[in-house]
Design a protein around this ligand. Structure first.
Ligand code: TPP
Ligand code: MG
Length: 286
């Protein structure tokens, strides 16, 4: 089924490398700090690579370009992965990432559009990004503009009632310029969703609210890309892509740690992660 939109092999390789580099820069920055939200940053890296590396209409030299597509990372604690993607795209120097979450930084723990070049929306209070994304997408519709708005939600985050108010209105307003992702990594801050607040069918819930919905492997570059192309064809409806992911993906220690939402990172652990990720990068580059 996937592969219908034919990303060529070279591009897939490039995007896989980009996703790995996002993880590498993220762990370097958070490792330097000594702690951070590694789990949720790593689970969304492949989607960020597809969006910033291929799909989004952006101009890093003109971050507030009015024809750009918008990315709203509503699970704002995954900011480090977003910043890494932006730095690698040339919005600002990669070295700047080493100031993440330090006093006076332009790269806070959670996304802030007033501080970070290329960040389209301030987020961090879970749920709020959904309403903000609906406002942005509606604004573009009213202005008769073609910009897409991409929204990234956490699977724990969607327990917030605000998300469903936004989801309901987005369908009513027929916001087919809004494409949401749910990072279905099965874990929230303090454990597994099934133990805390069972999600049932996430795509089914969105469908029942009038959205077009798809379930994809959130670590398969080609599948993510194809799902976005399919979403764009669903006219008159907003779309959701539920990403089947692993929290901490790409670093075995983090993937298997029982608690991997916000972790401390020793120098040795950072080196362990970099060894694994650099090996992956070499494999991808062949
Ligand atoms: C309104 C609100 N409540 C609580 C928090 C604290 N918090 C930050 S991340 C998080 C868990 C989010 O889980 P999930 O959405 O699954 O994110 P991911 O697994 O992708 O890290 C919580 C409770 C918050 N940021 N905002
Ligand atoms: Mg989660």
């Amino acid at each position: 089924m996937w592969g219908v939109y034919m990303l060529n092999k070279e591009k897939i390789k490039e995007l896989e490398a980009f996703a790995t580099k996002i993880r590498i820069e993220t762990i370097k920055a958070l490792g330097n700090l000594g702690f951070g939200h590694v789990g949720g940053s790593f689970s969304i890296a492949d989607t960020l690579a597809v969006l910033y590396g291929e799909v989004m209409n952006i101009d890093p030299s003109n971050p507030r370009w009015e024809d750009r597509d918008w990315l709203i990372c509503s699970k704002g604690h995954s900011g480090p992965a977003v910043y890494s993607a932006l730095a690698l795209k040339g919005y600002f120097p990669v070295e700047d990432l080493m100031t993440i979450n330090k006093p006076g930084t332009r790269y806070p723990s959670h996304c802030d559009r007033n501080l970070t070049t290329g960040v389209d929306m301030t987020t961090g209070s879970l749920g709020q990004g959904s309403s903000l994304a609906v406002g942005v997408a509606l604004g573009h519709k009213l202005d008769k503009k073609d910009n897409y708005t991409y929204l990234i939600l956490g699977d724990g985050e969607i327990q917030e009632g605000q998300v469903w108010e936004a989801v309901s209105y987005a369908a009513h307003a027929q916001l087919d310029n809004l494409i949401a992702f749910v990072d279905y990594n099965k874990k929230q801050l303090d454990g597994f969703l099934v133990d805390i607040n069972k999600p049932f069918s996430i795509s089914g819930k969105f469908e029942s609210f009038g959205w077009h919905a798809q379930d994809v492997d959130g670590h398969d570059i080609e599948a993510i890309y194809d799902a976005i192309q399919i979403a764009k064809k669903a006219k008159g409806k907003p779309s959701v892509i539920v990403l089947d992911t692993v929290k901490g993906k790409g670093w075995n220690y983090c993937e298997t740690a029982p608690s991997n939402h916000h972790i401390t990172i020793s120098k040795e652990q950072m080196e362990d992660a970099l060894l694994e990720l650099n090996k992956k990068l070499e494999e991808v580059m062949g």
